[in-house]
Ligand binder design. Structure first.
Ligand code: SF4
Ligand code: SF4
Ligand code: SF4
Length: 422
């Protein structure tokens, strides 16, 4: 590794070990290399030429959920997530990015048509190879162990995504733009639809960002910064051309990309820097928009006889932890469901998904996720709302295994349900 920027970032670490006390992964691994301090020490050794085994560095850096708990606890404000993502990119440059990832990140994810075709192919494969299971939690298929998917339950892919289901003249132009995100477009189109329909109550003209590239987060966390930059550039150019007043994100991970990670990809001297700042300043989370635009004041009173504390809220690490957007969702929930909502035990615990981590080490990811569901169930939660696509994928899978009666929903679905009582 020869990255001066990386050296400057790791130099802020005092090796105090505070990060070990909060790391989501440490209770599972009980190994120094799993926590931020150990990873930083390994990067430093590599930068100094003491350890040239890039495979080992890559392996250690991949073993992280990027939940950011260490960074938030760090007394020196070490930018751990940035260090890990940059370290992964350095290692990937040395080792190479697998061809299939280059195709997915570089060609499929930036293109709305490419994603649509890929999801259609995946839906066909799902019908052929997966076994349908009955489930109350919205998961419909279980893959056989032989496919290396560890028997996990996954959502039945819809025939049409949310954007594909829009009428040609529907939601084409407006002051407020909905950035649906790949998962809420192609996998859970009901979330895209609920977000759109509830945002319309604000009275603003709502347009859907139809030709969005992926936010670029999956490529970035996999070390493919070139592909991530390509997604960012495409989105910034299209968003600058559309000039919306606000861009609303139902997915906390997509929002993180626009609020924070974008500036790692687009440094100060980059020609798109000022456009990136302009776009980023206009990005808001779904709950923040619903709260600030008067939608909550139009919600009918919650029904009488509601069960106190039956609905909980799971804090997505990226949204509540990193971006500090947790209270808005709670306020929206209180307005939508009244005292059915109560703070859930373990609300701020990481769900264990971690994007690529869930694919890399599913058993560990599932153990962390099951603990989360058990904590929620112990406190009496029957419905868990959240606002991140990765969290919903993970929590539904875990609920299907641990507590099939538990429902996992997006906040927008509960707001839509409340509005339907009008
Ligand atoms: S808490 Fe921060 S300063 Fe302390 S070891 Fe971890 S990363 Fe380094
Ligand atoms: S980001 Fe999360 S899993 Fe990774 S080292 Fe920090 S606390 Fe541990
Ligand atoms: S974070 Fe996930 S849902 Fe959001 S745009 Fe990226 S891939 Fe799609």
């Amino acid at each position: 590794m020869r990255d001066d920027e990386l050296r400057a970032l790791t130099g802020a670490c005092a090796k105090c070990g505070t990060c070990r006390t909060v790391c989501t992964l440490y209770p599972e691994r009980k190994a120094e290399i799993s926590v931020a301090r150990g990873k930083i020490a390994l990067i430093d050794a590599s930068l100094e030429g003491k350890d040239t085994n890039l495979d080992a560095v890559q392996e250690a850096l991949a073993d992280c959920l990027l939940c950011g708990r260490c960074e938030r606890a760090c007394p020196n404000q070490v930018l751990v997530e940035e260090i890990i993502m940059k370290g992964r990119a350095d290692a990937a440059r040395g080792i190479g990015i697998p061809a299939w990832k280059q195709v997915v990140f570089g060609r499929v994810m930036p293109s709305p048509k490419g994603r649509e075709a890929a999801v259609s192919a995946a839906a066909a494969a799902q019908r052929l190879f997966a076994r349908e299971i009955p489930s109350a939690s919205g998961l419909h298929y279980r893959f056989p162990e032989k496919f290396g998917l560890s028997g996990r339950t996954v959502p039945k892919l819809p025939k049409k995504g949310f954007i594909a289901s829009l009428k040609p003249k529907e939601a084409v132009s407006g002051d407020v733009l909905l950035f649906v995100g790949c998962v809420f477009d192609h996998v859970f189109p009901q979330v895209g639809r609920a977000s759109y329909e509830t945002m319309k109550i604000s009275g603003s003209d709502i347009a859907v960002f139809r030709d969005a590239a992926c936010c670029g987060l999956p490529a970035m966390v996999s070390g493919d910064r070139d592909a991530s930059l390509r997604c960012a550039e495409e989105n910034i150019r299209r968003l600058r051309a559309a000039e919306p007043e606000k861009i609303v994100f139902p997915c906390g991970s997509c929002l993180l990309m626009f609020k924070r990670n974008l500036f790692s990809l687009i440094p100060e001297k980059h020609e798109l820097r000022s456009d990136a700042v302009e776009v980023s300043n206009r990005c808001v989370d779904y709950a923040g928009f619903i709260l600030g635009s008067g939608v909550v004041s139009r919600l009918p009173d919650p029904p009488e006889g509601e069960k106190v504390g039956e609905i909980g809220y799971h804090d997505p690490c990226h949204l509540t932890g990193t971006l500090g957007k947790g209270q808005e969702a709670r306020e929206v929930l209180r307005e939508a469901v009244g005292s059915s909502f109560a703070e859930m035990k373990g609300a701020d615990l990481c769900c264990g998904y971690g994007g690529t981590f869930n694919i890399r080490d599913y058993p560990t990811s599932a153990r962390i996720g099951r603990n989360k569901i058990s904590a929620a169930a112990e406190g009496g939660a029957k419905v868990v709302a959240t606002a991140c696509s990765g969290c919903i994928l993970q929590l539904r899978d875990m609920a299907a295994r641990t507590d099939p009666g538990m429902e996992i929903v997006h906040l927008a679905e509960l707001v839509a349900k409340a509005l339907s009582r009008r």
